[in-house]
Design a protein around this ligand. Structure first.
Ligand code: PEP
Length: 254
């Protein structure tokens, strides 16, 4: 089935109030591509100011805690993200799975907490270079997705407004390397199958994004892969001049 493309930027630990003008430029530019859903996942400190400044444009967090409140120093709950004006959040980014040792069970709990609060979730999965080179990427990432997917996703709610999956090979993030189109295709088909297995027909409405060194120069090639429904973009999302051509490429293949 045709799915709307979603292009989300992940600003990681970049951005202060001085960057609000860039966020405004991105939101204004994205308006020209009504056929593409565009979002920016910002540092927690910028969410409220950005959401006020670009009302109507999707602003998200980069992580959420699974508990509604409590003694979790430095963490942010789903209700706090919503309160700040976020409408979505990333969960399970490989940089958190590695550095914060987040397990599939943690990621699943975070996704469930965010969805229950009414946030859209971008759930990340991806293999290391060792796993890719050993030939185990599809099996590894499929297993990771199976164990991270939220339970209780209402079948009539599954879709771009609730859950998206991002396939992000760890070795492609920030390195300038990307998998071949054939490898992306193989992985996205496998993940599409896992979503069908988990959610039946509703799984077909869930966008599967590709992430890892997406740039203006390779976006069209990546979006031409049939089961790629958009992108999660790190470095190239920080500047409107780099990000908007990626959004435009998504619009051209919608
Ligand atoms: C990311 O961190 O999610 C990412 C895809 O980064 P980059 O685009 O810089 O590789």
């Amino acid at each position: 089935m045709p799915r709307r493309k979603l292009v989300a930027g992940n600003w990681k630990m970049h951005g202060t109030g001085a960057d609000l003008a860039e966020i405004t430029a991105i939101a204004g530019g994205a308006d020209q591509f009504a056929m593409v859903d565009v979002a920016l996942c910002l540092p927690a400190t910028l969410i409220e100011r950005a959401a006020r400044q670009v009302a109507g444009f999707a602003i998200g967090g980069q992580d959420v805690h699974q508990s509604p409140k409590g003694a979790h120093t430095g963490c942010v709950s789903a209700a706090m993200l919503l309160d700040a004006g976020a409408t979505l959040t990333i969960v399970g980014h490989s940089e958190r799975r590695e550095a914060q040792r987040e397990s599939n069970a943690d990621v699943k709990a975070k996704a469930e907490a965010a969805l229950a609060a009414g946030l859209t979730v971008i759930l990340c999965v991806g293999e290391s270079l060792d796993v890719r080179e050993a030939g185990g990427a599809v099996a590894f990432v499929s297993g990771q997705l199976d164990s991270s997917l939220p339970h209780g996703l209402a079948s009539d709610a599954a879709g771009p407004q609730t859950l998206a999956v991002a396939y992000e090979p760890i070795w492609a993030i920030g390195t300038g390397k990307i998998p071949t189109s054939a490898d992306i295709d193989e992985m996205h088909r496998a993940l599409r199958g896992r979503l069908a297995n988990a959610y039946g027909e509703a799984g077909d409405r869930i966008p599967i994004l590709y992430g890892g060194s997406v740039k203006a120069s390779n976006a069209a090639e990546i979006f031409a892969v049939p089961d790629v429904d958009g992108a999660l973009v790190g470095g190239a999302s920080l500047k409107a001049a780099d990000f908007l051509p990626i959004v435009e490429a998504a619009g051209s293949t919608s």
